[in-house]
Write a protein that binds this ligand. Structure first.
Ligand SMILES: Cc1cc2nc3c(=O)[nH]c(=O)nc-3n(C[C@H](O)[C@H](O)[C@H](O)COP(=O)(O)O)c2cc1C
Ligand code: SF4
Length: 657
């Protein structure tokens, strides 16, 4: 068993001892609160599950304090709006978490500012994703009032049993970050100008909390060490041309925060304008933050907790062992698997359900005003409503299709006590996880496939690979329930010359990368085509992406903001030629003939890879009608979508049959 000695060591924050180096990042949203104030039972259960799962320190999602200047920020009723309800529910949370030896810090926000429309900010600046809109400017009195609210809310948090508070935040471009960033703070009073002035609100908040809650009461600050922005709405992939916060300024801020009396810093990077540095997708390497965090650690003596794709136990262990950070802060990994720390510390890393950094089920849903949860763990943040229940009457369940939807159905149905057989026509389980996981940056998708296969091997599921079952055979199996999870097949455009030797379907290209030449045209700028293009470009190939719509990544399900921001920047970095508004009209003499606004042009390449979408595989549902079994059709076989929908369909059906 590999030992993660350093991750298991206690951590000291001021006078407070945390049992290990696993911190759960704040993952919040308005959905966490009762409409009249206080935490929902679901919120308490969601956090308690992570306490049980071994996190030594948990940060709550951001809690609003102020209910006068910003009457409603979208993250739930303010603590001060109904302090009694907050105290009652939060006390229960802390009592339950304490049973597992877990400490919880309440993360209290001063506000969100220009990240959302109509919310006041230090200065009138461009509102994120709202062209032409500027934020209203806070008056001096409003700033004072907001500072007071955070201090009062911290006292209520202390009285509710929280072991400490985290001030939200000089990160992600939220209100305190807007004060700190000269590009967003043009004030001429004592809250603008010099760095010390721009940090004045953070200082006054700290002083007030220490006065109200006692000098020993731990206070953390969430701090983005570098913003990676070139301008509003424009990230800098390489970190050059920084218009926001340089790492040097980030370190200076860390030192000042320490001098004010903050007890620890939870560091990360990015703002909404550079969302892929804030909520990094799979294209961002794990542990990308470690060297930046190490610079902060060198500069201060308070603990540095580091978050953002830190969910690789080897990277985390090494970073702590080498004195680069003091603890890891994990957000999405904790959604995907609440038991992450326990699995690491008991030597069962292979049983961790991996976060695939897709951003589909968590941040995107939060931004859409839906319940944030997780693509690979549909129970996340709704553990009570989605709890698995033992089957009262075990049934014979036959699942056809060993892709992710079929594997999830089989896993869940078998865990509940049903007798499950799973049939997959290919030699291996995984379905579209196999091609989908073939890119260099899709290691977690490969891990997810391996995780499913391990889990199935531990359950009494009869797995048949390399077996195609017909409707007739299915009818003879005496099943109570048949679940069809037969996935999707790629679409080939019906254009002249599509049989040309240079044309390769995306599935063929995934399975036989050696067939793809050095100069590649990818037809289709949806997510599949763009990821193929990116992978080829990262291998050093010369790549052109052709998209019929006016914009890449605009067909089908919209890309999460971080992923959608990062791919074009990576294309620019790797010199991928993007031809938007161009359609493949034909393939002639080994050349792609493209059409744009009635004009035709020819493009030469070694390979023309087709990635224009998928359609459901032919269904057996009609043939099975009247067979005596209940038939459900799930996943891509019903409607082509993402891993999220395949897993969720599988869980829904597996958990309720
Ligand atoms: C759904 C969702 C909600 C979040 N809410 C908060 C929040 O309330 N406060 C905060 O500081 N960060 C919040 N974050 C950011 C996370 O704490 C974390 O920084 C981010 O997920 C990147 O870290 P990871 O790679 O470990 O997930 C949120 C992230 C997600 C995905
Ligand atoms: S939805 Fe995707 S990114 Fe978010 S926690 Fe789940 S797997 Fe990770």
């Amino acid at each position: 068993m590999q030992s993660y000695e350093y991750l298991g060591k206690p951590l000291q924050i001021g006078s407070l001892t945390i049992k290990n180096r696993f911190c759960m990042a704040p993952i919040g949203g308005g959905q966490h609160h009762l409409p009249g104030g206080g935490l929902k039972d679901e919120t308490i259960q969601y956090l308690v599950e992570r306490a049980k799962g071994g996190f030594g320190l948990i940060f709550t999602g951001a809690l609003a304090a102020d209910c006068t200047v910003d009457p409603y920020t979208g993250i739930g009723p303010a603590i001060l709006q109904n302090p009694d309800a907050f105290k009652m529910t939060a006390t229960e949370l802390n009592e339950r978490a304490n049973a597992y030896g877990t400490k919880i810090f309440a993360q209290i926000t001063m506000g969100l500012g220009r990240n959302y429309p109509n919310l006041p900010a230090p200065s009138s600046v461009h509102v994120f994703r709202h062209p032409g809109e500027v934020s209203p400017e806070l008056t001096h009195d409003q700033i004072k009032s907001k500072i007071e609210s955070v201090i009062k809310a911290a006292k209520i948090a202390k009285d509710s049993g929280f072991a400490g508070v985290e001030v939200h935040s000089i990160h992600w471009g939220y209100l305190l970050d807007q004060f700190a960033l000269s590009m967003m703070n043009h004030r001429t009073d004592e809250y603008g100008g010099s760095l010390e002035n721009r940090l004045r609100a953070a200082k006054e908040i700290l002083e007030g909390i220490k006065q109200e809650c006692g000098s020993n009461y731990p206070v953390s600050m969430r701090l983005g060490l570098k913003t990676f922005v070139k301008d509003f709405e424009k990230a800098t992939l390489t970190g050059e041309d920084e218009a926001g916060r340089t790492l040097e300024e980030g370190i200076q801020i860390a030192k000042l925060l320490e001098s004010y009396g903050y007890d620890c810093l939870s560091v990360d990077t990015g703002t909404y304008d550079s969302f892929y540095y804030a909520c990094p997708p799979m294209y961002m390497p794990k542990g990308y933050l470690v060297e930046m965090a190490a610079k902060a650690k060198e500069a201060v003596s308070i603990p540095i907790l580091a978050g953002g794709r830190m969910n690789d136990p080897d990277i985390a262990e090494a970073a702590i062992r080498d004195g680069k950070i003091d603890a890891v802060v994990m957000g999405r990994a904790a959604l995907a698997d609440p038991e992450y720390p326990n699995k690491v510390l008991t030597g069962h890393t292979e049983r961790i359900r991996p976060c695939i950094a897709c951003n589909q089920g968590c941040i995107t849903r939060l931004q859409q005003g839906k319940q944030p949860t997780c693509a690979v763990n549909p129970t996340a943040m709704r553990e009570i409503r989605f709890a698995m229940r033992p089957a009262i009457q075990p049934k014979k369940v036959v699942v056809v299709g060993g892709g992710v939807a079929g594997m999830e159905t089989a896993r869940v149905a078998a865990m509940r006590g049903h007798k499950v057989s799973l049939y997959e026509k290919n030699d291996k389980l995984g379905g579209n996880l196999i091609p989908g996981g073939s890119h260099s940056f899709k290691k977690e998708v490969r891990e997810l496939n391996a995780w499913y296969q391990d889990e199935l091997s531990l359950l009494p599921v009869e797995v048949h690979t390399g077996e195609t079952v017909t409707a007739k055979e299915l009818k003879g199996m005496g099943a109570d329930v048949i679940v069809l999870a037969t996935g999707s097949v790629p679409i080939m455009p019906k254009v002249p010359g599509i049989d040309d030797a240079k044309v390769i379907g995306c599935m063929d290209a995934f399975a036989h990368p050696e067939k793809v030449g050095e100069k590649v045209i990818v037809i289709g700028g949806g997510l599949v085509g763009c990821e193929m293009a990116l992978d080829y470009a990262q291998e050093g190939k010369k790549v052109t992406v052709v998209e019929a719509l006016p914009k890449i990544l605009s067909a089908g399900i919209p890309s999460p903001i971080p992923n959608g921001q990062m791919i074009p920047d990576l294309f620019e970095y790797h010199h991928v030629n993007v031809m938007e508004g161009h359609k493949l009209a034909a393939v002639e003499n080994g050349k792609a003939v493209l059409e744009c606004a009635g004009q035709k042009k020819e493009l030469d390449a070694d390979s023309i890879v087709i990635a224009v979408g998928f359609r459901p595989a032919p269904s057996m549902a009609q043939e099975l009608a009247g067979c005596g079994a209940v038939v459900y059709e799930i996943g891509d076989g019903q409607q082509v979508s993402t891993i999220l929908h395949a897993v969720w369909d599988g869980y829904e059906v597996g958990n309720n049959i």
